[in-house]
Ligand binder design. Structure first.
Ligand SMILES: *Cc1c(COP(=O)(O)O)cnc(C)c1O
Length: 412
């Protein structure tokens, strides 16, 4: 209790003091990376800090957010869902209405504008299901960057539609055949590319993860979600929410919503991980439920690993939550108790998906459906005068084929 109340005190005083100048959130984070990338990470950090304190940069970003991305996204009172669940007043932060269908574009716009300032000619990115790849390909097209996106060959096969989307946008998708042929291997290949190409190339990392300064810069770009939410709820309800809920893959939509509320201790924060088929090894991506602290891809954080330190396979019905590590800032707030974490399994997420379709006329992404499922489970524990905001991180159009397959419904 002593140490966690100290942490809470520290947050109340200065939520912006983390990460420290070495990139640590308490013991998490850091910069565990080969010598050849240090230079690039130092450059990125100093350019980011310069840009972030430059009003001209924010003016440009806000204009792109408004006219290209479609911000501000609405904070929508889900009246029918509220009535159905019979508990807290539920609001949805509509990140699903962004251009390209999710919050990912908030980050790729910010990083593309940084890359322009650094005079880079080329962008590279990793992608799992393809959402971050599409968001990166979109800004590459818009600003005239060459663009290569690394994707595990297993994901290339499963997500052929997103591969074609990226191609239409002028991006080359590089299929990665090493390891498990999925996201983790795509990140490794992107870092390898970057270590040979740093002079011409910016690596657009897709979530609040990886070596410092990526967790800092991705959280900063995504925190537009929480800043808007704060203003919108004050206008609609005249007060702050009692709780915020977000699904957690790497942690960018969660940190983006939570960050501007960290020092409002009356507002509880809930992160929801993928419980998959079960909590047995290989069946899920609930890092805070069964994971241990270790180092992966540049960052010290909670990981799913076996007793020999080998990274475990993961599974989730939603590709965006299917990763064996979690962002270091979330690890820090997990330990301090500021953010509570739990998991929702595949079936609960599917039922939440179906419920939101039928009650609100909104098809949520299967990732976001995990946050909805949490609300279905817990809404009634809050009184009807309580306010709960759910981050609807993306739209579900991309998932309808998968839902049909899982429900045994033949299409075509
Ligand atoms: C990628 C993705 C996520 C998970 O990533 P975070 O970095 O944890 O936000 C969640 N929802 C959607 C719709 C996504 O595309």
């Amino acid at each position: 209790m002593g140490s966690s109340s100290r942490v809470v005190e520290a947050i109340r005083r200065r939520p912006s003091s983390l990460p420290d100048r070495h990139g640590y959130f308490g013991e998490y984070g850091g910069r565990f990376i080969s010598e050849s990338l240090m230079e690039a990470l130092y450059q990125l950090e100093s350019e980011f800090r310069k840009a972030w304190s430059d009003p001209a940069y924010h003016r440009e970003m806000n204009e792109v957010y408004r006219d290209f991305v479609g911000r501000a996204t609405p904070l929508y009172f889900a009246e029918a869902l509220t009535r159905k669940l019979g508990g807290a007043r539920i609001y949805l932060k509509r990140e699903d209405l962004n251009h390209t269908g999710a919050h990912k574009i908030n980050n790729t716009v910010g990083q593309a504008l940084l890359a322009l300032r650094m005079k880079k000619k080329r962008l590279i990115a990793e992608t799992g299901a393809g959402q971050h790849g599409v968001a990166t390909a979109t800004v590459a097209a818009r600003y005239g960057f060459e663009c290569d996106v690394y994707m595990g060959s297993e994901d290339v096969r499963r997500q052929s539609l997103n591969v074609f989307r990226m191609n239409l946008l002028g991006t080359t998708v590089k299929s990665v055949d090493s390891g498990t042929k999925t996201l983790k291997d795509a990140i490794s290949e992107a870092m390898r590319d970057w270590s040979h190409s740093v002079l011409s190339t910016h690596y657009v990392l897709g979530t609040a993860f990886g070596p410092h300064p990526f967790p800092l810069i991705v959280r900063s770009f995504q925190s537009v979600i929480g800043r808007e939410t704060r203003k919108q709820i004050l206008r609609k309800e005249g007060r702050l929410p009692d709780a915020l809920v977000a699904c957690v893959g790497g942690g960018s939509n969660a940190m983006g919503l939570f960050y501007p509320f960290l020092s409002d201790l009356g507002c509880k924060l809930y992160g929801v991980e993928a419980g998959g088929r079960s909590l047995r090894p290989g069946d899920h991506a609930a890092r805070f439920q069964t994971g241990k602290v270790g180092v992966l891809q540049g960052s010290k954080t909670y990981l799913l690993q076996d007793k020999d330190g080998q990274i475990e396979q993961t599974h989730s019905v939603s590709a965006g939550l299917d990763y064996s590590a979690v962002g270091p800032e979330l690890a820090y707030y997990h330990d301090s108790g500021r953010i509570s974490f739990s998991s929702v399994n595949d079936e609960e997420a599917m039922e939440a998906f179906e419920m939101l379709c039928k009650t609100e006329g909104i098809l949520p992404a299967l990732e976001s459906s995990h946050a909805i499922a949490w609300a279905i489970r817990h809404a009634r524990e809050f009184g009807p005068d309580r306010i709960l905001v759910i981050n609807l991180s993306g739209r579900g159009d991309k998932d309808v084929m998968e839902v049909a397959r899982l429900r045994g419904i033949p299409l075509t």
